[in-house]
Every structure is written in structure tokens, then in C-alpha cells.
Design a protein around this ligand. Structure first.
Ligand code: PLP
Length: 366
């Protein structure tokens, strides 16, 4: 049987988990605040962690809501924001597949706006608003987008915020990857540009560890208490042991150095993947070279059907996520998402060579 080199999961590999520092942080949390770590809190989460996050973003701690992962924050925001009134939510096409599921579960009527190498096509968004009126929410992943790898250009950020202010919709900025940039300049966040028009969320899944299940939303002052109440009504409080340990980890100065280490490893993996795709994928395959993050998104030439080929790729030990999963409407037949985050560089070459062979044979017989 072929060795398994999965390109499916956007997670860090085990060597990119801060095992020793987190062990110490758990011990520290249990030594310094055992009753906080082992008790319920409010729906807002751990006070020390909220303050640390608020300091990084330059906002009041009262606006920070720490949740069990940022997807949970997205669900809470959608449930609260869509409870009354319009339910039309615009997302990027493609966008994170689970975000589509979560938004739909909260009752959203989800439609896609195209993405190109500079992120969300803001002209297409403006045209959609002309045709259908303002949506309730626009969900955007501005940095090294999951799945396309594209980053929303600075001028488009300004334009998006202007549209939100003019038409009175709220932007959900989902930014778990922004700190994992290895090329180009950090751009202003939508939160910085858009203030009260923006609900910004992020996660410690990609920068520390997914198993902690800690994410957060920064909400406008009026929305934050409603989100906290909603969280409290749902699960009383998020996992305090996780948040207490994470607060100790961050206070101990571990966060930035580990992100730096992860960024360097991801950069190497991304370079290996781009090089291997250039070498092994059929001519005419295109992708946006990401400036950071976890993913490369490939558009294969006409004649490749990534839904049909997934079984063969899985049997060959090189599964990917098919393009169709990332669209609200039927699309993405020729596309595939490749996560480089969890695969060491030497295996990336071998796996992409195998996958390229499968795509090339499919084209030859198309
Ligand atoms: C854009 C985006 N948002 C949210 C998440 C999930 O974050 P969490 O693990 O904090 O729920 C992911 C994970 O892949 C993601 O890519």
C-alpha cells in the first residue's frame, strides 16, 4: 500500500505543537489559579486572556468574547445577528467550507462573491448590493484565505469598509492566519479600518494548538454583551482549563517566539509545495502563491474533475479537499485545496508527484 501523505487537513503537524511550553503553562495555571481554571466563568471567558487579546488589538477587554474555537464564535455571531430581519449573508467564492455550514445552520441564505488573486472582488460585491440590496453580513477571510491563499489588497479593504458604512451591513473578519505571514507587509485589519462596522474573529488553533479549542470575537460595544449572554445561555462558559493555560502560556512570553518558529516551517513547506506543483502538475494548472498561511489552491486545466478523482487520490494515499466543497453554489470542479501545514517538505515532493501523475493521466484520457 502507498504511504499516506494527506493534503486534507489545515492543522499544524505534531512538530509544530508547543508541547513543552504548554505543559509548563498547564502546571502554572494549576499552581497560580486552580479555582479559576477548574470553575465556570461567564460566557465571555477568561479575564486575563481577554485582557491580553484586547491589548494586542488595542480595544477594550469588554469587547472580547473568548469561545471554544473561533467557529463557535462565528456560530454565536450568526445566531445573534440573524435572529431577526434579513438573513442574506455574502461569502467569498471560494470560502472556508465549515463557515458555509455554520452560517447555514444559523439560518443564513448564503451566496458567493468571486475571489481573485487580490481577494474578494469588491466591484462584484458592489454590483450584488445594487441588484439585491444590502446583505445582513459579509464574511471575509482577509489574509491567506482558506482555501484560495489570496490576501485582500489594501485598496479593497478600504473599499469594503466604505461599502459597509454606506449600506449599513456588518463585516465578519475571520483572521486565524494573519500572523503567519512570511512575505510582504502586514496590511491594516478590517477591524482597524472599519471600527463598529466589523466583527473580527481569530483563533489560537493555527498559532498555538487546535486541541485547546480557543478562539475569540471582538465585537462592537453594543453587540458584545448580547454575544456573551448568548454564549452563557448556550454553555455557561467556555473551557476554563484551556483558557487559563493559554493565558499562562501567553503571559510567559511564549506566543510570539512560537509563531515565529511555525511561520518559518510553514514558509519552507509552502515553497516545497509550489515547487512540486510547478514540476509535477499538468501544464495549465494555476495557483496564487500565498504570502503566508496553510494552503495552496490549484485550478487544474479543463478536463480535470477533482470530485471524480478524489477516490483515486485517496487510494494512492494523497487525498486533497475537492474544490466544490468551498462554494455556496455549484462550482470549483477543476479546483483542489492542498494543505501544506501538516506535511514535512520531503514528503510534500513525493505526494505532489503522485497527485500530479493522477491529474495528468485523467487529462490524457479526457
Ligand atoms: C478561516 C477559518 N476560520 C476558522 C477556523 C477554525 O478555527 P477554530 O479551530 O478556532 O474553530 C479555520 C480552521 O481551519 C479557518 O480556516
Amino acid at each position: 500500500m502507498a504511504s499516506q501523505i494527506p493534503f486534507t487537513r489545515g492543522v499544524p503537524s505534531s512538530d509544530l505543537l508547543p508541547v513543552d511550553a504548554m505543559r509548563e503553562a498547564v502546571e502554572q495555571a494549576m499552581r497560580s489559579e486552580p479555582t479559576t481554571a477548574l470553575a465556570y466563568a461567564t460566557g465571555a471567558g477568561h479575564e486575563g486572556l481577554r485582557a491580553w487579546i484586547a491589548g494586542r488589538h488595542g480595544v477594550e477587554p469588554s469587547r472580547v468574547v473568548c469561545t471554544n474555537g473561533s467557529l463557535q464564535a462565528l456560530l454565536f455571531v450568526a445566531e445573534v445577528e440573524l435572529a431577526e430581519g434579513p438573513r442574506r449573508v455574502l461569502v467569498e467564492a471560494p470560502t472556508y467550507d465549515r463557515a458555509i455550514l455554520v452560517l447555514r445552520r444559523a439560518g443564513a441564505d448564503v451566496a458567493g462573491i468571486p475571489v481573485d488573486g487580490d481577494g474578494l472582488d469588491v466591484d462584484a460585491l458592489a454590483a450584488d448590493i445594487e441588484r439585491h440590496g444590502a446583505p445582513a453580513l459579509v464574511y471575509v477571510i482577509p489574509n491567506f484565505q482558506n482555501p484560495s491563499g489570496a490576501t485582500l489588497a489594501a485598496d479593497r479593504r478600504h473599499r469594503l469598509v466604505e461599502l459597509a458604512r454606506t449600506h449599513g451591513f456588518t463585516i465578519i473578519e475571520d483572521d486565524p492566519y494573519g500572523l503567519l505571514r512570511w512575505r510582504g507587509e502586514m496590511l491594516p485589519s478590517l477591524l482597524e479600518l472599519g471600527g463598529e462596522s466589523v466583527i473580527s474573529m481569530s483563533s489560537f488553533t493555527k498559532t498555538v494548538a487546535p486541541g485547546l479549542r480557543v478562539g475569540y470575537a471582538i465585537a462592537p460595544g453594543e453587540l458584545a454583551p448580547r454575544l456573551i449572554r448568548h454564549a452563557n445561555d448556550t454553555y455557561i462558559s467556555p473551557s476554563m482549563l484551556s483558557q487559563s493555560a493559554l493565558a499562562a502560556y501567553c503571559a510567559g512570553g511564549n506566543f510570539e517566539p512560537w509563531v515565529g518558529q511555525a511561520r518559518a516551517a510553514l514558509q519552507e513547506r509552502c515553497a516545497a509545495m509550489c515547487e512540486a506543483v510547478d514540476e509535477h502538475f499538468p501544464a495549465g494548472s494555476t495557483y496564487v502563491r500565498p504570502d503566508g498561511g496553510y494552503f495552496v489552491w490549484v485550478d487544474a486545466p479543463e478536463g480535470v474533475d477533482t470530485t471524480r478523482l478524489l477516490g483515486e487520490a485517496t487510494a494512492a494515499g494523497v487525498p486533497y479537499v475537492k474544490g466544490a466543497d468551498f462554494f455556496a453554489e455549484p462550482a470549483g470542479e477543476r479546483s483542489l485545496r492542498l494543505a501544506f501545514s501538516a506535511v514535512p517538505p520531503d514528503q510534500i515532493h513525493e505526494g505532489i508527484a503522485r497527485l500530479g501523475g493522477i491529474l495528468s493521466s485523467a487529462l490524457a484520457t479526457a
